[in-house]
Design a protein around this ligand. Structure first.
Ligand SMILES: Nc1ncnc2c1ncn2[C@@H]1O[C@H](COP(=O)(O)OP(=O)(O)OP(=O)(O)O)[C@@H](O)[C@H]1O
Ligand SMILES: [Mg+2]
Length: 807
């Protein structure tokens, strides 16, 4: 692959610097072998180099080197963007066109790969399998791969992107995957996977088929059982058929015997007719006898039934008369008991009148006494008042006596004074009080006399009243007694009145007694009547029973005699032998025919069972054939599956892939060591180990890169070298791989690309690094290498320089 021209429009790597579009023409560099892309940081070098190939990958920005590892929509502006890249490969000129149209809401990308025909016109590229570049991204990727191989191989051998992880950072699995991709072993692995999926599909089919095949023993057992059942059914059918034939013969024999007996019987016809007539008569007489006896019994029974009815009625009448009689008797007894007390009732009536009179007297007496008692009550109130009055007059008298005494003493002074009898005596002021006392004494004395008089009056009143009160209390006692007598009389009157009240019932009860007596007489006469009827009907019933039994016995004896006579006549006749033989023969024919029908039915059943058993055998045979076929099929699938499994293993990681990598290991090591030798002298020797001995001494697959440092006499994994050392060995290894790939037929690229892989080298090493680039071009037969470097010395050493900032 050789770049010819690149046009980028609307890519952020340039639009951020104000450039809408850049175009690079690579034809101007002529035959230059090492071409540097130069420019300051951020000038767009990586943007250009990332697009100097036709894969839909910008390797320094994608997270893995395949179209799915990143998106162009993150690298282009909104609106229209475009990439056109012309390149030549294997003598043909191609054009890649990518277009990106987007708005805020929609995105539309198209990708075309065109090839130039002899006339200079562009035609869509098509693969041998018929996939043509039609603008869709997946068809585009397919056609590019058909020309340049897998993108992983290209980006790990011919193209070294700026941010690509060095080999020293990859683990054994990643290096192995990379190697197998480079060596075209991926195809083998894909084939291994396809073989494995075929084996899996076969396995799934095998599971199903084996499920069917597993029933072989059961099916075989079923088939044997069905055959045995069929044999048994056949035996039963044969036996039933034999029995049918045998019984047909039996029917024939019985029919023949019947014919013979019938011929013999024709000679006994007259006897048979007579016997028939007689036996008909016997049965007629028998029937007649039975009918007459039954009629006589019926007649007697209906007579008895009528009598029974009358007896029942008479019993009912007697029962009712008995009940009426009892009721009348009890009523009569009750009334008589009542009437027995008539005298007492009349006495009670008289007693009531006497009591009423006594009551009258007692009430008058009690009124009188009550009045006296009331007066006594009034007097006892007056008595208390009089006693009070007497008390207060006595107290007044006493007080008056004391005052009179005092006044008398005071007035007595008048008698003792010297002026007694003088005028002075009546005028002396010293005697004023004594004079006044003398005057008062008189009136006081008279008042005392008054008091004594009124006391006497009141004492007399008191004494009279006291007497009356004593009389009144006697009246109260008597009044209480009168009340008691009244109460006793009232009680007496109540019971006498209750008895007397019954007087009015007496007449009524007499009438009722009369009626009851009449009813008693009536019921007694009805009872007598009913008993008479009972006796009459009872006797009549006995008569009827006796008479009808006699008549029936007589009738039966008479008819039986006729019957016995006829029977004796029949017995006297000779027995018709041949007729009996015919009857026997007829019975035999009928029995034989029944037996034949039975045998035919058995044969029919056996035939149905046989048909079913035969069908079961056919089905069991079919099922067995099916499962045996499945068993054979399962064997075939197993064999086929083991081939595909083997193929899958052979093509897989531990098969041919491992062998390819095993083979590649020493060759890549040798190429790498030759490059290291030619550039840096013999200090570092690389060894790629593809197998390792484990603890048991067995070999196992691995992939490890070891480096021997002759100067320091050390031996360590690539990852343990210093940063600068790692860059040497890494770059030498990557190029060795590119050389190995170039040497194999898997993929061949004419151009190498490298974006700033020299960063960590010192100046001297950078020069050696440039020498290595030349060596690689030389050894791999490459035409050119485009490289990006920030080191001016290296850029100066390039055969041609493309200044990106000048685009
Ligand atoms: N997808 C993007 N989105 C935004 N800016 C981008 C994008 N791609 C590139 N740029 C910008 O475009 C410029 C050019 O980037 P590019 O990586 O090509 O530069 P460079 O020349 O390789 O730089 P260096 O020497 O540092 O590797 C940078 O400023 C970068 O930030
Ligand atoms: Mg860069």
């Amino acid at each position: 692959m050789r770049p010819i021209r690149l046009l980028l429009e609307g890519f952020l790597g340039f639009t951020t610097q104000g450039k809408q579009k850049i175009e690079v023409d690579f034809t101007g560099i002529g035959q230059a072998r090492l071409v540097a892309l130069a420019g300051p940081n951020g000038s767009g070098k990586s943007t250009v180099m990332d697009n100097m190939h036709p894969f839909r990958v910008m390797p320094s920005r994608w997270n893995k080197p395949t179209p799915a590892g990143g998106s162009y929509w993150d690298q282009v502006v909104l609106g229209d963007a475009r990439k056109e890249f012309d390149f030549s490969h294997d003598g043909k000129t191609y054009r890649q066109i990518l277009t990106f149209r987007s708005t805020a809401k929609t995105k539309r990308a198209e990708a075309y790969l065109m090839v130039q025909d002899e006339m200079g016109d562009w035609q869509p590229v098509a693969t041998p399998q018929g996939v043509s570049s039609d603008g869709k991204t997946d068809t585009y990727d397919t056609v590019v791969e058909s020309i340049l191989g897998k993108p992983e191989v290209f980006f790990n051998t011919a193209f070294s992107a700026q941010s690509r992880p060095p080999l020293s950072e990859m683990d054994a699995g990643e290096v192995k995957t990379l190697l197998s991709a480079m060596l075209g072993a991926d195809d083998l692995r894909a084939k291994s996977e396809r073989a494995s999926s075929v084996a899996k599909m076969l396995n799934a089919a095998l599971v199903q088929v084996q499920a069917k095949a597993r029933s072989v023993p059961d099916d075989r057992q079923r088939q044997v059982e069905a055959s045995t059942a069929k044999d048994r059914a056949q035996t039963r059918f044969d036996e039933a058929s034999r029995l049918v034939v045998e019984r047909e013969r039996g029917v024939e024999r019985a029919t023949e015997a019947l014919s013979k007996a019938q011929v013999q019987a024709s000679g006994e016809e007259a006897l048979v007719t007579k016997r028939k007539l007689l036996s008909d008569e016997i049965s007629r007489i028998g029937n007649d006898r039975d009918a007459q006896v039954a009629a006589a019994k019926n007649a007697a029974q209906s007579q008895i039934a009528a009598l029974d009815e009358q007896i029942a009625k008479a019993k009912d009448d007697a029962r009712k008369a008995e009940a009426d009689k009892a009721q009348a008797n009890s009523q009569i007894a009750q009334i008589r008991t009542f009437l027995a007390g008539e005298e007492k009732i009349r006495q009670a009536m008289e007693q009531v009148a006497a009591i009423d009179r006594e009551l009258e007297r007692l009430r008058a007496r009690r009124a009188e006494l009550e009045k006296a008692a009331q007066a006594a009550q009034h007097d006892s109130a007056s008595l208390a008042q009089l006693a009070n009055k007497m008390g207060s007059i006595m107290a007044d008298g006493k007080a008056m006596g004391q005052r009179i005494e005092v006044v008398r003493k005071t007035s007595s002074v008048m008698e003792a004074v010297p002026c007694i009898g003088t005028d002075l005596q009546s005028q002396c002021p010293l005697l004023e009080q004594a004079r006044k006392a003398k005057a008062d004494l008189e009136s006081m004395e008279s008042h005392r006399v008054q008091l004594r008089n009124s006391y006497k009056d009141i004492a007399a009143q008191h004494s009279a009243t006291h007497k009356r009160v004593e009389q009144g209390s006697e009246a109260v006692r008597q009044s209480t007694e009168a009340q008691k007598a009244l109460d006793a009389e009232t009680t007496k009157r109540q019971s006498a009145a209750a008895l007397a009240a019954q007087a009015e019932r007496i007449d009524r009860e007499r009438q009722v007694l009369e009626q009851a007596t009449a009813r008693l007489a009536d019921s007694e006469s009805r009872l007598t009547e009913a008993k008479k009827s009972l006796d009459t009907f009872g006797l009549r019933k006995t008569d009827v029973l006796r008479e009808s039994s006699r008549q029936i016995a007589e009738l039966q004896a008479r008819l039986q005699e006729r019957f016995d006579k006829a029977q004796a006549n029949l017995n006297a006749l000779a027995q018709p032998q041949a007729v009996q033989a015919v009857e026997q023969a007829q019975r035999d024919v009928s029995t034989a025919k029944q037996g034949l029908e039975q045998a035919k039915a058995d044969k029919e059943r056996a035939s149905t069972e046989l048909a079913a058993a035969e069908k079961a055998v056919t089905l069991a045979q079919a099922a067995l054939a099916e499962s045996e076929k499945a068993a054979k099929h399962a064997e075939a699938i197993s064999l086929e599956m083991s081939h595909w499994t083997l193929l899958s293993k052979a093509l897989g990681n531990n098969g041919i892939v491992a062998l390819v990598i095993d083979d590649a290991g020493p060759e890549i090591s040798a190429r790498c060591n030759a490059l290291l030798e030619s550039c840096y002298g013999g200090r570092f020797v690389v060894r790629i180990e593809t197998q390792k001995t484990n603890g048991n001494g067995d070999l196992r697959e691995t992939l490890e890169i070891w480096v021997e440092d002759a100067e320091r006499d050390s031996h360590k994994p690539l990852s343990l070298l210093s940063g600068g050392e790692r860059v040497w060995v890494n770059e030498a290894l990557v190029r060795a791989m590119a050389l190995h790939v170039a040497a194999s037929s898997a993929a061949r690229y004419a151009t190498l690309f490298s974006d700033e892989s020299d960063g960590a080298l010192d100046t001297e090493r950078k020069r050696q690094f440039m020498r290595m680039k030349h060596a690689v071009l030389e050894q791999g037969g490459f035409e050119r290498e485009f490289f990006v470097s920030q080191t001016p010395e290296l850029v100066e050493m390039a055969d041609a320089v493309i200044d990106i900032s000048a685009l």
